[in-house]
Write a protein that binds this ligand. Structure first.
Ligand SMILES: [Zn+2]
Length: 109
């Protein structure tokens, strides 16, 4: 291993350590800083254990999120905006499909 590989490995290790320690909202914000962080923090290979730790801390029934990605579940729990218009305070939430929406959307169907 050369020095560059060592430094990259150390950097990734420290980012993962921070990702484990921060609160879920901060972790979601980290994934939105840039593409590199998003890829690192959402890659199944490098981040699955991190998201699992955050899910476990929520102490929710496992059935609520077993069928999808942990990041999507965390995002659904903490991002409270409408899934269709990004507006605040949606009227409905569908935990199974992880979407929230305003009354106007449900009137369209
Ligand atoms: Zn909406």
């Amino acid at each position: 291993m050369n020095i560059s590989q060592f430094l990259v490995r150390e950097l990734i290790s420290r980012i993962n350590l921070v990702a484990e320690q921060v609160d879920p909202v901060s972790l979601l914000q980290l994934t939105r800083i840039n593409k590199t962080l998003r890829n690192l923090l959402t890659s199944k290979r490098t981040s699955k254990a991190i998201w699992k730790k955050h899910i476990d801390r929520l102490n929710l029934p496992k059935l609520e999120h077993e069928d999808g990605r942990d990041i999507d579940f965390i995002s659904f729990v903490y991002d409270r905006g409408c899934s269709f218009c990004d507006g605040d305070q949606p009227d409905y939430a569908d935990w199974r499909h992880r979407i929230r929406w305003h009354d106007q959307v449900s009137n369209l169907s």
